[in-house]
Design a protein around this ligand. Structure first.
Ligand SMILES: Nc1ncnc2c1ncn2[C@@H]1O[C@H](COP(=O)(O)OP(=O)(O)OP(=O)(O)O)[C@@H](O)[C@H]1O
Length: 255
């Protein structure tokens, strides 16, 4: 089995007396997409926040390729290859779609996020940005201001920005939430494409069972902040304890 790219060890956070994530230990490997599921309030988003650094752990560790990231800021974790899709936070709304992606490519290339650059001197960055535009099927919108895009295309742009940062770990939290039926397949196709790269590790918080069935190599179930189950999709979906706490009701709600 390949070495884990990402690992959490006894990862825990308390909010006052409430333990939102309770000693969660899990290892994630390159070439694997893990769906993280669980009922509302199970701790999925909090677990993501602990991995990407938006929240500081009360105890436990987050390791990336064996390096302890636990005390690091989100930006430092990003430099270590943790990539999380966020709605619009990294976007420059007045700049074009292409310029936004070019800036992400530039940041990845170590050139920083400076906007005022003579474009001609960075032709190679623009070419790279155009490749990500094509990959995400946004080429026809290249010169639109990011803020003018409809919601579904903005979500695609977020994925394009994430891809342009070339992280080792991709983290998606309900990537098709609030999306129309015509846009959701595009974003899911992108995630499926990312997953074909054997060097990438993908974590996906998701409620929709059809999405999980289509994409997951493995499922982790959180319940009351604890890791309840971890295994191949068929095994997890068949397990009685999991059906009782989550899948049984969730299938009815979402299938
Ligand atoms: N900043 C916070 N302060 C206090 N409690 C919090 C905070 N963030 C999360 N919680 C609590 O931690 C628990 C886990 O929340 P979290 O959002 O991680 O669940 P979730 O599994 O992502 O749920 P959902 O599927 O509804 O998004 C909840 O009880 C929530 O109220």
């Amino acid at each position: 089995m390949t070495t884990p790219s990402l690992e959490t060890r006894d990862l825990t956070i308390r909010f006052g007396g409430h333990v939102a994530v309770n000693r969660v230990s899990a290892a994630f490997r390159p070439g694997e997409l893990t769906a993280i599921v669980g009922p509302n309030g199970a701790g999925k988003t909090t677990y993501f926040n602990l991995i990407s650094g938006q929240l500081a752990a009360s105890s436990g560790q987050v390791l990336k390729d064996g390096t302890d990231l636990t005390g690091m800021a989100p930006s430092t974790r990003a430099r270590h290859g943790i990539g999380r899709a966020f709605q619009l936070t990294n976007l420059f709304p007045a700049l074009s779609v292409l310029e936004n992606i070019r800036l992400a490519v530039q940041a990845r290339a170590g050139e920083g996020w400076r906007i005022l650059r003579p474009v001609g001197r960075f032709g190679h960055l623009t070419e790279a940005a155009e490749r990500f535009l094509e990959a995400t099927r946004l080429t026809h919108l290249a010169h639109q201001p990011a803020a003018a895009l409809p919601h579904g295309d903005q979500r695609k742009l977020e994925v394009a920005l994430l891809m342009a940062m070339e992280p080792d770990i991709y983290m998606f939290d309900e990537p098709t939430a609030g999306m129309s039926l015509d846009h959701a397949p595009d974003v899911l196709d992108l995630i499926a494409t990312i997953k074909t790269d054997p060097a990438k590790t993908v974590l996906l918080v998701e409620h929709k069972m059809d999405v999980i069935r289509a994409l997951a190599d493995r499922i982790i179930v959180l319940h009351n902040g604890e890791l309840l189950a971890d295994g191949p999709p068929a095994e997890i979906m068949d397990s009685q304890v999991v059906r009782d706490v989550y899948l049984g009701t969730a299938t009815e709600e979402t299938a």
